[in-house]
Design a protein around this ligand. Structure first.
Ligand SMILES: NC(=O)c1ccc[n+]([C@@H]2O[C@H](COP(=O)([O-])OP(=O)(O)OC[C@H]3O[C@@H](n4cnc5c(N)ncnc54)[C@H](O)[C@@H]3O)[C@@H](O)[C@H]2O)c1
Length: 340
């Protein structure tokens, strides 16, 4: 039973949409994928996670330790079309989150980014077209595809003009999903995520998000580095991102759409650093010039206009930045050894 956005208004847990349904999450051992898996388990879905566990990425078996007996875990690579063919069969939903997330890595090793974020996305869609055309797909896209904004807040009408290889490949991945929706009738849509944060993100380094390394340093009692500091950004707490993935999958209104996630209240990186220290009850940071390699691919100020998803899917972020940071710091205080 598919739900309209209006029906979901009265059924916010969306139980009917996922109970006893087969759900595949690519990148399911990663930050957002594992949080999504945990929620889907509570909704009664039969969840399969596929993840390559490449060490430089955010996959971590500890992320699913509490639900390990309730999900199937398939350690394989989405570049392998043979395993994909087997994995997509009989799935009702595909949350497609496997990705190379580092902007710098995409510049130093552009071909790997191309293979995972672009080519593999096309082959996932081809596999669905041939072996499971009824599956409903939500793709994890990124605000990075907009590049340096012409205006703020950035809505979905804003030109798409990526400033790095990762942005170009994610853009192609997103457009393949929309194309396959429009041409082949696969029901696919994309969420353009802004900085997403929370428990289970990678904190070992800044490959996934600078906030990860900030929190690691803070919990270790070390100063963290703020590059620049005046840039404006918006943030989504991971549980709110999970809500958006579920709404997008369950709603008939979403097919073929692209939707910004984000927060209407941007914050400068320096103010964010101050808030993090306040939430932690202490700590230090140092402000540094942007390293040259980073500066050339930085997008300056960015914050999203999420009105489209709010109106179409009835999504609203529920966790404010202060509370989200508090939960994140508490998580890494308890579990940092599993992430470094
Ligand atoms: N976290 C954010 O702020 C953010 C922002 C914009 C977009 N996104 C997108 O959301 C998705 C999830 O990101 P995340 O933050 O959870 O990162 P993550 O690194 O924690 O998750 C990605 C997962 O994909 C897996 N993976 C990578 N390549 C794979 C491959 N070839 N085969 C199988 N698995 C593979 C990784 O092992 C990892 O577990 C990504 O596609 C990312 O581009 C995230």
């Amino acid at each position: 039973m598919w739900l309209t956005a209006r029906q979901m208004l009265y059924n916010p847990r969306m139980d009917n949409a996922f109970t006893d349904r087969n759900v595949l999450i690519t990148g399911g051992l990663g930050f957002i994928g594992s949080n999504l898996a945990r929620r889907l388990v509570t909704l009664g879905a039969r969840v399969t996670l596929v993840d390559s566990l490449i060490p430089a990425y955010g996959g971590n078996l500890f992320n699913v330790q509490e639900i390990a007996g309730q999900v199937k875990i398939n350690i394989s690579d989405v570049r392998d079309v043979h395993s994909l063919r087997y994995l997509v069969r009989d799935q009702d939903y595909l949350f497609n989150l496997a990705g190379q997330t580092s902007h710098m890595d995409s510049m130093t090793d552009p071909y790997t980014d191309l293979e995972i974020n672009c080519r593999a996305q096309l082959s996932i869609l081809e596999t669905c077209r041939h072996y499971n055309p009824a599956v409903r797909i939500v793709f994890a896209s990124t605000r990075q595809i907009y590049g340096r904004p012409d205006y703020l807040p950035v809505d979905e009408q804003h030109p798409v003009r990526p400033v790095d290889v990762n942005g170009i490949n994610k853009m192609a991945g997103e457009w393949y999903h929309v194309l396959y929706n429009n041409v082949y009738g696969l029901r696919a849509c994309a969420l353009r995520l802004t900085n997403t944060y929370g428990p289970r993100m990678r904190v070992k380094d800044a490959r996934q998000t600078f906030l990860g390394i900030w929190i690691r340093r803070l919990v270790e009692g070390q100063p963290f580095e703020v590059w620049g500091g005046a840039q404006l950004r918006d943030f989504t707490y991971v549980d709110d991102a999970v809500d958006a993935f579920l709404l997008a999958a369950a709603s008939d209104n979403a097919a073929g759409g692209v939707f910004n996630l984000g927060d209407r209240q941007p914050i400068s990186l320096r103010a964010l650093a101050d808030l993090l220290i306040e939430v932690n009850g202490g700590g230090e940071y140092v402000v540094r010039e942007f390293p040259a390699g980073r500066k050339s691919i930085d997008i300056g100020d960015y914050y999203s206009d999420p009105r489209r998803i709010c109106a179409a899917l009835n999504w609203e972020p529920k966790i404010g930045l202060r509370e989200g940071l508090r939960r994140s710091v508490a998580y890494y205080r308890a579990h940092l050894n599993q992430y470094v």
